[in-house]
Design a protein around this ligand. Structure first.
Ligand code: 5GP
Ligand code: ZN
Length: 114
């Protein structure tokens, strides 16, 4: 838990977040500035700065994150498909340096992303 980290503070219920799921290891909450009808952020409770810092020691929590995105996609009715995005570093648009996966759906996605 980093006191300076927005997502650590949401995970600790220190800041408000529209939390849709939480367990001992992972958390999901709605993005404050949604870019699609469904836009949920899935994070590990552990403060990992980005996907670049992920190691094999994180295998279990990463699997929990992917399993959770599948469950949430079902819950949100995203049977037509959805997008999972993890921005790494400022050039890719990472604005909160705590590993997070964007789960976006409910509209047609274009490729390539901007
Ligand atoms: P990034 O730009 O790092 O890939 O994604 C960070 C995401 O966090 C952005 O989509 C942004 O809208 C979202 N965000 C930033 N601050 C807050 C907040 O205080 N609460 C919630 N729920 N989302 C936030
Ligand atoms: Zn954090």
């Amino acid at each position: 838990m980093s006191r300076d980290c927005l997502f650590c503070r949401i995970a600790a219920h220190d800041l408000d977040g529209d939390i849709v799921f939480e367990s001992e290891d992972v958390l999901a909450f709605r993005d404050i500035n949604p870019q699609a009808p469904t836009h949920i952020l899935v994070i590990p409770r552990e403060h990992i700065p980005s996907a670049h810092e992920v190691s094999s020691a994180h295998a279990g929590v990463l699997a929990q994150m992917y399993a959770l995105t599948s469950k949430l996609a079902d819950d949100e009715g995203l049977s037509e498909g959805y997008r999972l995005v993890s921005n790494v570093g400022p050039a890719a648009g990472e604005s909160v340096p705590h590993l997070h996966m964007h789960l976006m759906g409910g509209r047609t996605m274009t490729w390539p992303p901007g």
